[in-house]
Write a protein that binds this ligand. Structure first.
Ligand code: DGL
Length: 215
C-alpha cells in the first residue's frame, strides 16, 4: 500500500509517523511546501494552486490515498482536487466541531485555526451543521503556524490566548491546524483541567482503513 501525506510544513512528518505505526509495511511518502508556508494567510486560489503543485509527486507515485494533513488545504482545496483527480482518493483533516459540540457542557468551545480555514465555506458548513446552540470562540492564531514552523514560539502569546478562551467559558478547545499539535502538550498544561483539547490526528489511520475497506 502506498500512502502520500501532504502538509504545508512540518506536520506531515508527525502524521506520517503515526500512520507508520498503524501500517508498518506501507510505503509512506511525505511532501511539504516549506518555501510557501504558511498557507493560512494566503488567498483561496493561492492555496489551491500551491497544494496542487506540492502534491504532484504523490499523484505521480499513484498513492492509494493522499492525506491532506493540513486543515487549511483541506478547507480550501480538497473539493477542487477531488474534481481534478477523480480517480485519486483523498482524506482531509477538519476542525472537530461535531465532537466538540457533543463534549461541551458549557455550550462554549474555542476553535484555534488559520484565517483561511476560518474563512472557508467548508468551515462555515461545519459550524452550520454541528454548531447549533454552541458559542464558538475563534481566537486570533494567525501567527501560530509560522512561529511553530520556525521553532520561535511566543509562549506568552499562546498562554494569553488559551487563558482568554478558558476565561470566556470554553470547555473544549479544538486544534484546527496540524501545526498546533506540536504545542498540544503546552496548551494542555496552560488549560490545567479547565477544558479538553481535541484534534483528529489519531483517527486518520481508521479513515484510511475505511476508505480502502481494510477492516
Ligand atoms: N498545518 C496547516 C493546517 O493544518 C497549515 C498551516 C499554514 O500553512 O498556515 O492548517
Amino acid at each position: 500500500m502506498k500512502l502520500g501525506v501532504f502538509d504545508s510544513g512540518i506536520d506531515g512528518e508527525a502524521i506520517a509517523a503515526a500512520l507508520r505505526l498503524v501500517f508498518p509495511t506501507a510505503i509512506i511518502t511525505t511532501v511539504n511546501d516549506h518555501e510557501n508556508v504558511p498557507y493560512g494567510s494566503k488567498t483561496p486560489s493561492e492555496i489551491i494552486n500551491l497544494t496542487d503543485i506540492a502534491i504532484q509527486p504523490l499523484i505521480n507515485a499513484n498513492c492509494d490515498v493522499i492525506i491532506l494533513a493540513c486543515n487549511t488545504a483541506t478547507a480550501v482545496a480538497i473539493e477542487t482536487l477531488r474534481a481534478k483527480y477523480p480517480n485519486q482518493k483523498f482524506i482531509g483533516i477538519e476542525p472537530m466541531i461535531k465532537t466538540a459540540a457533543e463534549l461541551t457542557k458549557s455550550h462554549t468551545i474555542a476553535v484555534c485555526a488559520t484565517p483561511a480555514t476560518l474563512a472557508s465555506d467548508r468551515y462555515s458548513k461545519l459550524v452550520k451543521n454541528f454548531g447549533d446552540g454552541i458559542s464558538i470562540i475563534e481566537p486570533d492564531c494567525s501567527d501560530w503556524a509560522q512561529m511553530i514552523e520556525n521553532n520561535q514560539i511566543n509562549h506568552q502569546l499562546i498562554d494569553k490566548t488559551i487563558n482568554d478562551v478558558c476565561d470566556r467559558g470554553a470547555d473544549v478547545i479544538v486544534l484546527g491546524c496540524t501545526h498546533y499539535n506540536w504545542i498540544k502538550d503546552s496548551i494542555i498544561k496552560i488549560v490545567d483541567g479547565r477544558a479538553q483539547v481535541i484534534e483528529p490526528s489519531s483517527a486518520i489511520g481508521n479513515r484510511v482503513k475505511q476508505l480502502l475497506q481494510l477492516s
